[in-house]
Design a protein around this ligand. Sequence first.
Ligand code: NAP
Ligand code: MN
Length: 252
Amino acid sequence: MKFSFVNKKDAKSEEIKEKLINKVKCSIDEQNPDVVVTIGGDGTVLDAVCKYVDQLETILFVTIHTGNLGFYTEFLPKDIDLIGDLLKNGNTVYHTYPLLELKINHNKYYGLNEVTLFHNRHLLETDVYINDEFLMQTRSNGVCISTPTGSTAYNKSLGGAVMDHEVEAFQLTLIAPFETINTRMISPIVLSKGNKITIKPLTENVEVSYDRNYLQRIDLKEIEITLSNKKVKFVKNRGHSLTSKLKDKFIG
Ligand code: NAP
Ligand code: MN
């Protein structure tokens, strides 16, 4: 098996990487890995998925957290022996999470957490369509469309619902909506896979983010967002349910 590591550059993450290399005796292939090990936080996981977004079908991710518990990170540094055994025996069970697919001017981009459309200075006006049918005009700081796993990230801060990670759906929320008697908006909205959201900005020079990436001040007529067939596979730690993650991170 060929491995690649995407890790934070701090001493602790480097040390875990060395320990795991010794334990599994793996060969490193950064171009065509079978297993990608992330060491860091959820942000590190997003970077790794972005780096290998064209090879997700053949890659298994092992996600180790070095700080506080995360949502994508299944393992802690103390689990190195367990990870080594799982990988050696090929005895892995994994979570499969969908990405969002966004289409802009015939280009495709992918996000594991969310896509946002926003304007830094002006109130952003957009027309929102679902399956090419007009739904509403929005006035806000931005529009956020989140995956089930992204629902605990930006989406949650926007008053969106936390979603079961296994639900094949995506969710639209608004960033600081400016509602008046003339602009009525509904949000959050959860749609099942197969639906398409089209957002047409009426304001110029919008910016688009997808996870940690940005497209700045682009000439954009419309952006189409669907739940992609592209999926990521994260090796599962059996003792690590969504409920326990929610409790550990948000309830305490
Ligand atoms: P960051 O500045 O490090 O902050 C993002 C925080 O969200 C980090 O604590 C990160 O965890 C956590 N996070 C990432 N994905 C998550 C998930 N699916 N569920 C729960 N928590 C999650 O930003 P970053 O590391 O570059 O990550 C980019 C993400 O930041 C975006 O995808 C967006 O979701 C989020 N964001 C949130 C807001 C907001 O809530 N107001 C605004 C902008 C962006 P780790 O510390 O483990 O990396
Ligand atoms: Mn981060």
